[in-house]
Design a protein around this ligand. Structure first.
Ligand code: ADP
Length: 506
């Protein structure tokens, strides 16, 4: 087996043929068992941190998808006998198992994704468990209305019913947290799940599934089958036995899935290119330090990262100087070193995109103020400098596409309405930020910005797990909402039962 033949094409430019000491070989999780896959040989997953192999996984094949769907269907039918309080107990047990394995999952997330261990990976795994606890409690309060009837002989009841078999297809930037946003409410509300982790973080996804099994999940309720999107992802999306699709990823893939899935129910959370807007009445030091969090947390690889910064012209120069100071204070390095505030990018695809976006912006006249290239002296070439670039033109890639890297990209405008026009100028509408000391202006912007979520006076990565999050209407950022009971409401449908009680004998 040559490494070239096995390596995902864009995980790393120069993978090292060296394994971690505790490297594990994962099979596929189908019907409660770890089984051999039919998709070919096992594949290594490389760490962007060290370039080493951190684990092996088996790619699923079409037959595995069929097996997974069959197992999920059977489990779904059987699981209907379990009431919501029993399901809540199961989901609490999953949260307990995740808590018990916090360090192990966080370590794998750091190794496979590049997240700083203490500052990012540990909190992410804690929130992964919290999502299960929230779902366990939400399902106990999933009340549905009794609806008055205009016929006095009728009673009209409603019940929330699970959709059935869900394909859950997730990205690599939050390898346990994003899956939990769908798995937790999905299982709590009575669905069966086939989880396909990203091909860039399969080991963290498989390890999460393994940990979840410690909670004695009935066989078949959870399958985990890694593989590439266009093959295994597509096989799931188009499978007649899959009832619904939960997808988090790029809008390009979301578009393909929408077309391929036809009439299946879909919950889609896709990208964003959201700006943070700095008004001239903001406290600039606070605004710069929090905007830097939005730009550099998780090396900018977050759908709600601050992708653009739009500044009121009178405070433009002062703000840009402060942003450069913020970028200088970022400590790029080994995610396991507590001093590190930013790890490497997760994969070559993302680093290459940053290279391309930077070259394009500079060619179109933007001014590079700090960083702007891959950092040298690290074990892989995926470490990228915290970057500040100014006067980014409206027709640049940065202004129109997600860059997904550690980038503070600044433009300015003179009036509030011009800032709003620029903010709304691309196809996305997920999360935006605004810094102002005026509540009146905050509400003026809130009414006019085309965004699913707006954070005023904090960083754009601010979220709480029970709060609804998703795209604005008419944008490419998605349909439905992620977040606590709002996700659950997307994973069940309302079933109406009309009873004519005059026609019953007793
Ligand atoms: P990202 O760049 O954030 O990983 P993608 O949209 O490429 O975003 O991938 C998100 C998830 O979608 C991954 O699990 C990937 O394997 C999957 N995926 C990619 N292409 C397809 C496809 N054509 N059908 C189904 N799933 C896909």
């Amino acid at each position: 087996m040559t490494l070239e033949a096995q390596a995902p094409p864009v995980k790393l430019t120069e993978p090292k043929d060296k394994e971690l000491d505790d490297v594990k070989h994962y099979k596929l999780l189908i019907d409660g068992e770890w089984v051999e896959g039919t998709g070919g040989e096992e594949v290594p997953s490389y760490s962007p941190v060290t370039g080493e192999i951190i684990g092996y996984y088996t790619k699923a094949g079409q037959e595995d998808v069929d097996r997974a769907v069959k197992a999920a269907r059977a489990a779904f039918e059987k699981y209907q006998e379990m009431g919501p309080f029993e399901r809540a107990e199961l989901v609490h047990r999953i949260a307990d198992a995740l808590d018990r394995n916090r360090e192990k999952l966080a370590r794998l997330s750091s190794l496979e994704n590049g997240k700083p261990y203490e500052g990012e990976a540990i909190p992410c795994v804690e929130e992964t468990a919290e999502n299960f606890r929230i779902a366990a409690e939400d399902v106990k309060r999933l009340e549905s209305p009794i609806i008055p009837s205009r016929d006095r002989n009728k009673k009209i009841l409603t019940f929330y019913r699970p959709y059935g078999v869900w394909a859950t297809i997730t990205p690599w930037n939050f390898p346990t947290l994003i899956p939990s946003e769908l798995l937790a409410p999905g299982l709590a509300s009575g669905n069966a799940i086939i989880f396909k982790p990203s091909e860039y973080t399969p080991i963290a996804g498989l390890a999460m599934a393994e940990v979840m099994l410690e909670a004695d999940i009935p066989p078949g309720l959870l399958q985990c089958i890694p593989g590439e999107g266009p093959t295994i992802g597509d096989a799931l999306v188009t499978h007649p036995g899959v009832d619904a699709i939960g997808f988090v990823g790029s809008d390009r893939t979301g578009n393909i899935i929408s077309q391929r899935a036809g009439l299946k129910h879909k919950l889609l959370e896709m990208g964003g290119n959201g700006p943070t807007i700095i008004l001239d009445d903001a406290d600039l030091e606070i605004a710069a330090s929090l905007t830097a969090v939005g730009c550099f947390y998780e090396a900018g690889q977050v759908c709600c990262a601050t992708e653009r910064i739009l500044v009121s012209e009178p405070v433009h120069n002062e703000f840009v100087d402060l942003m450069v100071e913020e970028a200088k204070s970022v400590v790029l390095g080994d995610p396991f070193d507590p001093k590190t505030t930013m790890g490497p990018l997760c994969n070559e695809m993302t680093a290459e995109k940053m290279d391309r976006h930077m070259a394009d912006a500079i060619e179109k006249g933007a001014k590079l103020l700090y960083g702007g290239k891959r950092a040298s002296g690290f074990p892989t070439n995926l470490y990228y400098e915290a970057t500040v670039i100014d006067d980014v033109p409206a027709d640049s890639l940065i202004s129109n596409e997600e860059s997904f890297g550690p980038l503070a990209a600044v433009s300015s405008a003179v009036s509030d309405d011009e800032l709003i026009r620029l903010a709304n100028s691309d196809r996305y509408g997920l999360q935006m930020g605004l810094f102002t000391s005026s509540l009146k202006r905050a509400l003026y912007f809130a009414d006019r910005l085309r965004t699913g979520n707006l954070v005023v006076n904090d960083n754009t990565d601010y979220w709480e797990p029970h709060v609804p999050f998703g795209g604005a209407g008419g944008t490419s950022s998605g349909h439905g909402r992620i977040g606590g009971k709002y996700t659950m409401l997307n994973m069940v449908y309302l079933n109406t039962v009309v009873i004519d009680y005059m026609n019953v004998k007793e």
